[in-house]
Design a protein around this ligand. Structure first.
Ligand code: PLP
Length: 377
C-alpha cells in the first residue's frame, strides 16, 4: 500500500507541527539584517530556559554529531585522559570522536540496555583520574536512560568535566544544566524539538569555558569561542546559518512554552508508560533494564526478526518504527514517542505492530495492547 504521508514513530526525525511547516515555507531572510539578529537573541534566551542555564547556548548549523564534536574539541587537548561511558552507539561515538582528536579514551562498556552504576563510574574515575567523563542521558540505540545528575556529581568529585549528550532527551525529559552542575550539554533539532535535522546545540558551564581557553585540539568551523563572540556581538553567527531552521526554532520554542516544559516532560512520561504497558500486554519484553527505561523511546525484545517487522509496518500501515542497530540488529525494535506525539499515535502503532506480529507467527491480542496503553496513559 502506498502512503503519501508516513507517521514517524522513530527516535528522530519526528513529525513536524503544522506551525513549523508553515515557518519553514516562509521567504528566505538575510542573516546579516537586524531582524535576524533579533531572532537569534530571542532563540538564545529561549534555549537558555530550555537547558535551564544562565550560560549562552550556541546553535550550530550541523547535525547533533557536529555538536558532539564541537563540545569535545573545545574542551580537550590531545593526550587528555577521558572516560567514555559506552552505553551503546551514541555513548561509543563520543569516545570515538575524542580518540580521533588524540585523547586517551577509556571505554567503560556498559551491558546494552543498562545504565552505568555510580559505583562503576566512581571506580573508573578513581583509577583513571580523567579530564572528562563522556555520557549520554538517553541512549537512543538501546532505549536506556541514565541519571546524569548523579553521574556528573561523581565526575566532578574527581575533578573531571561532565559532557552530556542530551540529543534524544532535551525537551522531553527533565534536564537542569546549572542545578545539576553539568559542564557541557549537547542536543539537536530533529528529536523532541520537532524540527527537521540540521541544528546542533551546545552549552558550556563556566568551568567548561575555562577549560576551553586551554584546549589544544584543532578546530575551525566548530570553534565555540568564536561562536560565542559572534552571539554576544549582537545575535550573529560566524558563518552562514541555516536561517529557515532558526526561524522555525523560534516557533518551536513558543510551542514548548505554550504547553509548559514540565507538562511536556509529563506527557512524554505518560506516553512511555502507555507504550510499555501496551507491548507487555502483547506478550513482549522491554529491552532496557527496569531502572533505565526511557521516556522518549521504548525498546522491545523482538520475537521475530525486527528488520522484517519494521518493513511490514511501514509498507502496510505507513508507520515507521526503528529496528535495532549494530549488534542489536534484528533483535530489538524501538518505538519513538517524542516531540509532537500523542496517545492516538501510540495506539495506531500498537495496532499495526500487533497485526504484523500475528502475521509473522507471534500470537497476541491487539485489543489488549490498545486497552493497556489507554489505561496506563
Ligand atoms: N546522540 C544521540 C543520543 C542520538 O540519538 C543521535 C542520533 O540519533 C546522535 C547523537 C547523533 O545525531 P545526528 O544524527 O543528528 O548527528
Amino acid at each position: 500500500m502506498a502512503h503519501d504521508y508516513e507517521l514517524l514513530m522513530i527516535p528522530g526525525p519526528t513529525n513536524l507541527p503544522e506551525e513549523v511547516r508553515e515557518a519553514l515555507a516562509r521567504p528566505q531572510i538575510s542573516h546579516r539584517v537586524s531582524a535576524f539578529k533579533g531572532l537569534v537573541g530571542r532563540i538564545s534566551e529561549g534555549l537558555q530556559a530550555l537547558f535551564m542555564t544562565s550560560q549562552p547556548v550556541l546553535t550550530l548549523t550541523s547535525s547533533s554529531t557536529g555538536a558532539m564534536e564541537a563540545a569535545i574539541v573545545n574542551l580537550l587537548s590531545p593526550g587528555d585522559s577521558v572516560v567514555c561511558v559506552d552505553t551503546g552507539k551514541f555513548g561509543n561515538r563520543l569516545g570515538k570522536i575524542a580518540q580521533i582528536y588524540g585523547a586517551e579514551v577509556h571505554n567503560l562498556v556498559v551491558e546494552r540496555g543498562r545504565s552505568v552504576s555510580e559505583a562503576e563510574l566512581g571506580e573508573a574515575c578513581a583509577i583513571l583520574r580523567p579530564r572528562a567523563v563522556l555520557m549520554v542521558q538517553n541512549e537512543t540505540s538501546t532505549g536506556a536512560c541514565q541519571d546524569v545528575a548523579a553521574l556528573a556529581e561523581i565526575a566532578r568529585s574527581y575533578g573531571a568535566l561532565s559532557v552530556v549528550d542530551a540529543v534524544s532527551s532535551l525537551g522531553g525529559y527533565p534536564l537542569q544544566m546549572d542545578a545539576w552542575g553539568l559542564d557541557a550539554v549537547i542536543s539537536g533539532s530533529q528529536k523532541t524539538l520537532m524540527l527537521p535535522p540540521g541544528l546542533g546545540f551546545v552549552a558550556f558551564s563556566e568551568r567548561a569555558w575555562a577549560a576551553a581557553a586551554e584546549s589544544k585540539m584543532p578546530k575551525f568551523y566548530f570553534d565555540l569561542a568564536k561562536a560565542r563572540a559572534s552571539l554576544e556581538k549582537g545575535g550573529e553567527t560566524p558563518y552562514t546559518p541555516n536561517t529557515s531552521l532558526f526561524v522555525a526554532l523560534e516557533v518551536v520554542l513558543d510551542l514548548i512554552w505554550q504547553e509548559g516544559l514540565e507538562q511536556r516532560w509529563e506527557r512524554h512520561h505518560r506516553l512511555a508508560l502507555a507504550t510499555r504497558a501496551a507491548v507487555q500486554a502483547l506478550g513482549l519484553s522491554l529491552f532496557a533494564a527496569p531502572d533505565a527505561l526511557s521516556d522518549t523511546i521504548t525498546s522491545v525484545t523482538s520475537p521475530v526478526p525486527s528488520g522484517e517487522l519494521t518493513k511490514r509496518i511501514r509498507e502496510r500501515h505507513g508507520i515507521i518504527i526503528a529496528g535495532g542497530q549494530d549488534e542489536l540488529k534484528d533483535k530489538i525494535f524501538r518505538i519513538g514517542h517524542l516531540g509532537t506525539c500523542q496517545l492516538e499515535q501510540v495506539v495506531q502503532t500498537v495496532q499495526a505492530t500487533a497485526t504484523e506480529l500475528i502475521e509473522m507467527g507471534h500470537s497476541c491480542d491487539p485489543a489488549a495492547g490498545v486497552k493497556a496503553a489507554q489505561e496506563a496513559f
